[in-house]
Design a protein around this ligand. Structure first.
Ligand SMILES: CC(C)(COP(=O)(O)OP(=O)(O)OC[C@H]1O[C@@H](n2cnc3c(N)ncnc32)[C@H](O)[C@@H]1OP(=O)(O)O)[C@@H](O)C(=O)NCCC(=O)NCCS
Length: 151
C-alpha cells in the first residue's frame, strides 16, 4: 500500500536518488543533456533538505511493504514543484495520489495552484484537468508549460 505523508529530513537521500533516476532515465528523453545536467545540480541534497524544511508542503509517497520513499511533490506559495515517482513505480497511480493529496491542501488554503509542467508530464497534468496558460522557455530549465486548474 502507498502512504502519503509530510516528508522528513530523513527522506532526503531517497528523494535525491529518485529524482536523479527520473532525470537520467525519463526526462532525458525530452530534454537536451545541458538541461539535465543543470537539473541534476539544482536537485542537490542540500537544496532538497532546505525545501523539505521551508516549502509550504513537501510530501513523500512511501511503499509500506518496505518503507521506501517512491515519490514526492511540493508546494511553494501557489506553485506545485518536484513531482517525481520512482521510474519502476510509474503507472501505479502514485503520481495521481500525490497530486490529489496536495490539491486537497490547496483547497483548504484557498490556493489555485500553478505549475511549470515538464514536456514529459504535460499530458499527465491534462488528465488531471490542468490547462495550459502559456509555453515557457527557460535558459537553464528548458521548455515547460505553465498550467493551472481551478479547484
Ligand atoms: C509524471 C509522473 C509523476 C506521473 O506519475 P505516475 O505515478 O506514473 O502516474 P499515474 O500512474 O498516477 O498516472 C495517471 C494517469 O496519467 C497517465 N500518465 C502518467 N504519466 C504520464 C505521462 N508522462 N504522459 C502521459 N500520461 C501519463 C497514466 O497513464 C494514467 O492514465 P490512466 O488513468 O488513463 O491510466 C511520473 O511519470 C514521473 O515521475 N515522471 C518523470 C518526472 C517528471 O517529469 N515530473 C514532472 C515534473 S513537472
Amino acid at each position: 500500500m502507498i502512504i502519503i505523508k509530510n516528508s522528513t529530513i530523513k527522506d532526503t537521500n531517497e528523494i535525491y536518488e529518485l529524482i536523479k533516476k527520473n532525470l537520467i532515465e525519463i526526462n532525458s528523453i525530452d530534454y537536451p543533456q545541458k538541461v539535465i545536467e543543470f537539473m541534476l545540480g539544482y536537485y542537490s541534497k542540500e537544496n532538497i533538505k532546505k525545501w523539505i524544511s521551508h516549502r509550504n508542503y513537501f510530501l513523500s509517497a512511501y511503499d509500506d511493504s518496505n518503507n521506501n520513499v517512491v515519490g514526492c511533490i511540493s508546494l511553494e506559495k501557489d506553485e506545485i514543484l518536484s513531482l517525481y515517482v520512482l521510474p519502476e513505480y510509474h503507472g501505479q497511480n502514485i503520481g495521481s495520489l500525490l497530486l490529489e493529496n496536495l490539491e486537497e491542501k490547496c483547497k483548504l488554503d484557498c490556493i489555485t495552484p500553478i505549475m511549470y509542467a515538464s514536456l514529459t508530464a504535460v499530458n499527465f497534468y491534462k488528465k488531471h484537468n490542468y490547462s495550459v496558460k502559456e509555453k515557457d522557455s527557460h535558459p537553464d530549465f528548458g521548455d515547460a508549460y505553465l498550467m493551472t486548474k481551478k479547484l
